[in-house]
Design a binder for this molecule. Structure first.
Ligand SMILES: O=C(O)CCC(=O)C(=O)O
Length: 361
């Protein structure tokens, strides 16, 4: 945990609130930083502050770069770091494990508001819609995409994890972000056209979300007016795995204020090719509370070594055509498989029960 004095001088222009007592007040300095840096530091600080610090900041913080969102965040301090708190405070804890057995995985023939909401709120770890796409259509789509659209490996997973489409998490510079937006709608159109007379899996998900969620669902625009890409096609080669990791946009996006508005995030995958043996999705009923702790445990590599973790709480063996959604703020990983594994994936953003969902890759 950071102390008040170690965080604030680094990040904030603060107004002196009457409740502030010297010498604390004296430590608060106004340091001008570029807005990018400022947001990065601030968003990290927000998630690593103790409850006292959070309450304190709530009274005092006024960040030029971050504006209203920062103050809004500050008001979400919690008494305990636990799953229900994550919705507001966006943190989870290892000691608070409440789900067992059947509660872990919901299954239904169609997506529903209730099912999505249950996973978002941590009442279930994941949900599955079996046969979201028929086996036959999934196989054909997998064949057409693989045959016509060459995939590239992620830089951190050369020879093991490939993808068609550019992922937002990789767009870490202004230049890359520009490239990401330029390609976004073009890539979606190319994927759609390559699927030919079969509806592209992402388009099907878009409609299913639109119908299921009371307030509908839209393509995310973390940068105002700029449509994001959704429907990344991910290939995992035989005998390769993805180590336990967490995906939260507010961890890796220090650029846009809007990513900090997202209260919770789901990951969705449509499985269009799965290996006969292996390829399971494994999930833990918790995640690291903050990015610093996560990165410390990841030791500079992508993901955490499984040997450092207790056994997973849930193992799902996906079938061809399944749609599976889960909270990627929980640690999750993919086991090695006997053959190639091919999915169409996106994230889903939640801003509240009475707000539209959003999606992006
Ligand atoms: O392919 C899967 O089963 C899960 C992929 C994953 O790690 C994710 O969507 O965050």
């Amino acid at each position: 945990m950071h102390s008040i004095t170690s965080i604030l001088p680094k990040i904030i222009s603060v107004s002196s609130h009457p409740s502030l007592k010297p010498p604390l007040r004296d430590t608060l300095t106004s340091i001008e930083k570029s807005s990018h840096q400022m947001r990065r530091i601030l968003s990290r600080a927000v998630r690593t502050t103790s409850q006292d610090t959070s309450a304190f900041l709530n009274l005092t913080l006024k960040s030029k770069a971050y504006g209203k969102s920062a103050v809004q965040y500050m008001s979400t301090s919690c008494d305990t770091i636990c799953r229900p708190c994550r919705l507001n405070g966006r943190i989870s804890c290892q000691s608070h494990r409440t789900l067992k057995g059947d509660e872990l995985l919901l299954s239904s023939p169609a997506l529903s508001h209730q099912m999505l909401s249950d996973v978002i709120k941590g009442k279930a770890l994941a949900c599955r819609v079996p046969n979201f796409i028929s086996d036959e259509k999934a196989q054909l789509v997998a064949y057409r995409l693989m045959k016509n659209l060459p995939y590239e490996y992620y830089s951190y997973a050369e020879g093991s994890v490939g993808r068609i489409g550019f992922s937002f998490s990789e767009a870490n510079s202004n230049e890359d972000r520009e490239k990401y937006y330029e390609q976004a709608t073009v890539s979606m159109r190319i994927i759609r056209e390559t699927c030919g007379d079969i509806e592209s899996p992402m388009d099907r998900v878009r409609i299913a979300l639109q119908d299921a969620w009371k307030y509908g669902a839209n393509l995310e625009m973390l940068d105002e007016g700029r449509k994001m890409f959704a429907g990344l096609c991910r290939v995992i080669e035989a005998n390769k795995e993805i180590h336990p990791h967490q995906d939260m946009v507010w961890w890796y996006d220090g650029f846009s204020k809007k990513s900090q508005e997202i209260l919770n995030q789901l990951a969705m995958n449509v499985y269009i090719k799965v290996p006969e043996e292996g390829g399971e999705l494994e999930m833990w009923n918790w995640g690291f509370e903050n990015q610093e702790l996560y990165e410390k445990n990841a030791e500079g590599s992508y993901g955490i070594k499984k040997s450092k973790l207790p056994p997973p709480d849930l193992t799902i063996k996906p079938n061809v055509g399944d749609l599976i959604l889960f909270n990627p703020g929980n640690l999750h990983c993919i086991r090695t498989g006997s053959g190639q594994r091919f999915t169409v994936s996106s994230f889903i953003g939640y801003r509240g029960e009475d707000k539209p969902l959003s999606y992006w890759s």
